[in-house]
Ligand binder design. Structure first.
Ligand code: SF4
Length: 645
């Protein structure tokens, strides 16, 4: 810790008496850039105090120019962390803030919550329920009592977590979502999920609520390594055979012969189209038009799909009038078909047909519209805000990130040194092992199990093992990983529910109090990207193999698309970067706070190459040690020495 050397303006807000190593540089970089109305792309490892630093560095400009700060992050825990830091700021300088959650988390109307399958469907259901006077928690402006208005004012005057507001609203029979919405225009810092800012439909509604446009906001994107995948998800959509079948039954139920007959025909055609596809296949966008031509009676596809859409909307209205949840499969199907037409001829989208096994292990299929260009989602935002602060512990190479997300040209790029004392992190690569396809033999897995065991035996408590894929994870199990270990093993499996995952993570963490355990998961999975394991909860992590995606048609299409946009860089941007991001995230699990000690072991010689290392964060790659011949217990000795200095 060092004494403060921060700009006076930032000092007014920064609530602590000292800064961590590199934290002052982090703050100064952001402060100066925002003052100059520039954006910042910055990599700083865990333990740096990025949340409070970014907020304190942005507040002077936000207050001076009357801007809002939108702090987007992935988890509720991260949103609440913003409020906790703001409470510390509040003791020095009065600043208001709210962490907001999606309607599905805030909504008290059981009918709406029970049946909503995503944020958009709940938003629509809520609007319909309100319009029909079917939500007792909703208050029209003329129904808002003095109490209600005082509550609203209070929320806009200091930092509040979404959960605090929800508790009060439950007691008073008010809609927490509406109360927060009413207060938003007066709140300075709003912590929220990516969707509020990057999904164009949700953003439009949100900006209306805060009574501001993006020009009047400073955007802080935390854990920004997640943004590329989120942006692709936002602009992609899918239609399963299950939904098509349900739409057909719905049309039958409502005795709409014309639509029932069309959907029946359409379903048959999709079944035919997908019956010989073993995994997935890119299909021409014209396929839908060809199906319509075959059908014969549809002259104008858009008019026809809009007509179906209107039928779906009216089914939803009627369901609501009967006090039922307004779900219509016809509506969902027609939205997908209209989107298919909207993206027709746009080479930043591909159309994919795939077949797969459903939960009951029955073969089924789906159609997808897959977005290839994430900048179509990020660029409209980044080019409109006052400034963007894009930060994470794993963003390198920054230039690639800036290009694929289309950050403004004059964005300041910065990589900060690790604030961890050097002796707190051991970073090792074991040569002689690899998960490259041609090397996946039983003997190779046996060697990997031996190496994992060396790590586990010399780790004080818990070890995480993150495999390149479920195939690798299953092979480790099949080759006897569990029997080889003398600590309990908790492992993920394909298709695991989030509840089951939470349970095994909790069980694993609990073992940190005793002799420890081993957690086996996949890179790019829920645990390797979304769960923190401070202290003894994970002393060592073993990253087994480079998690390159299977070269499926969509992966190849992504590489080609980037090759077109960025000649000679297609493979790097579309294939290497996503894999290295997953590996970096898994590697960072044990080192969350400055007091942590973490051993990071890469089991794949490819991580030792300069090329691969250039994609790892500097706090992992800078002092990386390569074990060229890690036999004879050499790895065990390294781990033992690290934990017993
Ligand atoms: S008004 Fe509030 S409680 Fe009612 S449905 Fe909408 S979000 Fe839910």
């Amino acid at each position: 810790m060092t004494t403060l050397k921060l700009p006076l303006e930032v000092n007014e807000y920064f609530p602590y008496a000292s800064v961590r190593p590199s934290q002052d540089r982090f703050i100064n970089t952001i402060f100066e850039a925002v003052q100059a109305r520039r954006s910042v792309l910055i990599e700083g490892s865990n333990g740096l105090g990025k949340t409070i630093s970014a907020i304190s560095a942005c507040l002077p400009t936000a207050v001076e120019k009357n801007l809002k700060i939108l702090y987007v992050a992935r988890t509720h825990r991260q949103h609440d962390r913003v409020i906790e830091e703001l409470r510390a700021v509040f003791k020095k300088h009065h600043v208001s803030g709210i962490s907001i959650r999606g309607r599905n988390q805030m909504c008290l109307n059981k009918l709406a919550v029970k049946n909503a399958f995503d944020a958009k469907s709940l938003m629509e259901a809520c609007e319909l329920l309100k319009a029909k006077g079917k939500c007792p928690y909703h208050k029209d402006p003329e129904e808002q009592t003095y109490d209600y208005l005082i509550l609203k004012q209070q929320i806009a005057s200091r930092p509040y977590k979404a959960s605090d507001i929800q508790k009060v609203c439950k007691r008073k029979g008010l809609c927490p979502h509406e109360l927060v919405k009413g207060a938003l225009s007066d709140v300075k810092v709003i912590a929220l999920s990516y969707l509020y800012v990057f999904d164009p439909v949700i953003r439009a509604a949100f900006l209306k609520n805060i009574e501001a446009n993006l020009q009047k906001t400073i955007l802080i994107v935390d854990e920004a390594h997640n943004l590329p995948e989120t942006a692709i998800d936002i602009s992609s959509s899918s239609l399963s055979l299950f939904v098509i079948k349900q739409a057909e039954l719905e049309a039958k139920k409502y005795e709409n012969k014309e639509i029932e007959e069309f959907i029946h025909f359409f379903r048959n055609e999709v079944e035919k189209l997908t019956e010989n596809i073993s995994r997935e296949q890119i299909i021409p966008a014209e396929s839908i038009i060809e199906i319509l031509q075959k059908h014969g009676s549809v002259v104008n596809p858009r008019d026809f799909f809009e007509k179906i859409h209107e039928v779906g909307s009216s089914i939803r209205r009627n369901l609501l009038a009967d006090g039922k949840y307004p779900r219509s499969y016809i509506h969902g199907m027609s939205e997908f078909l209209l989107r298919w037409l909207d993206t027709f001829g746009d080479d930043s989208f591909i159309n994919v047909a795939s077949s797969y096994l459903n939960r009951d292990k029955v073969k089924t299929a789906k159609l997808e519209i897959v977005a290839l260009d994430l900048s179509k989602v990020t660029s409209p935002v980044f080019s409109s805000t006052y400034s963007n602060i894009v930060m994470s512990g794993t963003l390198q190479p920054l230039e690639a990130y800036a290009r694929i997300t289309q950050l403004p040209e004059n964005t300041v790029q910065c990589v900060l040194p690790s604030p961890f004392p050097r002796e707190h992190i051991l970073s090792l690569v074991c040569c002689g092992v690899s998960t490259a396809m041609e090397k996946r033999t039983p003997a190779m897995y046996q060697t990997m199990i031996d190496r994992i065991n060396e790590v586990v035996q010399n780790t004080p408590a818990n070890t995480g093992v993150f495999a390149a894929s479920f195939d690798v994870l299953n092979a480790l199990l099949a080759e006897g990983l569990e029997a080889a270990l003398d600590k309990p093993l908790f492992h993920e499996y394909r298709g695991m529910s989030s509840k089951a995952n939470e349970e095994i993570v909790a069980g694993f963490k609990a073992c940190a109090e005793g002799d420890g355990a081993v957690f086996l998961g996949v890179q790019g999975g829920r645990t390797s990207e979304g769960v923190d394991f401070p202290g003894n909860q994970m002393n060592s992590v073993v990253v087994v193999g480079v998690p390159y995606a299977e070269p499926t048609p969509r992966v190849k299409a992504q590489i080609s698309y980037y090759e077109e946009c960025f000649p000679k860089l297609g493979r790097e941007y579309g294939y290497i970067l996503p894999a290295m991001k997953k590996a970096s995230q898994a590697a960072g699990r044990p080192v969350r706070t400055l007091d942590d000690w973490g051993a990071i072991i890469f089991l794949d010689y490819r991580f030792s190459t300069n090329y691969c290392r250039s994609f790892l964060p500097s706090w992992v790659s800078n002092h990386m040690k390569v074990l060229h011949q890690p036999g004879d217990n050499i790895l065990a000795q390294e781990i033992h020495r690290f934990f017993n200095p």
